[in-house]
Design a binder for this molecule. Structure first.
Ligand code: DHB
Ligand code: MG
Length: 232
């Protein structure tokens, strides 16, 4: 049978499919991550925005297999992805995460503390573009994860290229957005931002600066995608 004949087409079915996978593969020994999601919602943070558990674990595994010590995150929200990543970096590693919203940042700090990663995580509050522009780290970052307002993705990616080491990785969340990005009828500023990022990447690739690919994702967060880029 062609497996596509039975393709699920709703977020409910996608969520079930993802839950099934997670039931075999994701067993955190403590319930910190669950606490963090609940604590974030209790403080009024949006529940549809954090990465899924599977995506969080993907970032975690990537950090382990690449030996990443220094992570930069754009878009902290409640710190859920930051904590998945912080779990994988060594004790002398560092994660810097940028958040515009002061309430989100306070909740993230509380969550990071609760998870026990206060020492290796720094939350910087303010407009990320400004923070990024002012950053001049002595040691470049090994990995950058961009998951913030989509309209600024081209600017964030430009700064990420400057701040990541040669051979380092830049991951960008939400580059498909339910198929909105390729639908020319959709022209809100966030969708346009992602489209512009893709156009910039074409140029970066032509210049030999970046190699990238999109991994489409489908599950409890809907139909979306992770962009995976390497700075050459
Ligand atoms: C939205 C933002 C995200 O980063 C995400 O993963 C899902 C949704 C949003 O702005 O709605
Ligand atoms: Mg996202």
């Amino acid at each position: 049978m062609d497996p596509r004949a039975n393709a699920p087409s709703s977020i409910i079915e996608w969520t079930e499919a993802e839950k099934y996978q997670n039931s075999f593969l994701i067993h955190e020994e403590d319930n910190t991550l669950e606490f963090i999601l609940n604590n974030s919602v209790a403080h009024g943070l949006p529940s549809h925005m954090p990465v899924s558990a599977g995506e969080g674990k993907f970032l975690n595994l990537l950090i382990k297999c690449l030996g990443v010590k220094r992570v930069l995150e754009v878009g902290t929200l409640g710190g859920y992805s930051a904590i998945w990543m912080a779990k994988a970096i060594p004790e002398d590693g560092q994660l810097v995460t940028l958040e515009l919203n002061d309430t989100y940042a306070q909740v993230a700090k509380e969550n990071i503390k609760q998870a026990g990663f206060e020492a290796r995580c720094q939350v910087i509050v303010g407009p990320a573009h400004k923070t990024l522009t002012n950053m001049q780290p002595d040691i470049p970052f090994d990995l950058v994860f961009i998951d913030a307002d989509k309209k600024s993705y081209p600017a964030y990616f430009r700064e990420a290229k400057r701040l990541v080491k040669k051979g380092g990785v830049i991951i960008v969340d939400n580059v498909i957005r339910y198929g909105n990005v390729h639908d020319k009828a959709v022209n809100d500023e966030n969708t346009v931002g992602i489209r512009k990022l893709l156009a910039d990447l074409k140029e970066d690739s032509r210049k030999g600066e970046i190699e990238a690919t999109t991994i489409p994702t489908v599950g409890e967060k809907g139909f979306d995608g992770f962009l995976y880029a390497i700075r050459k």
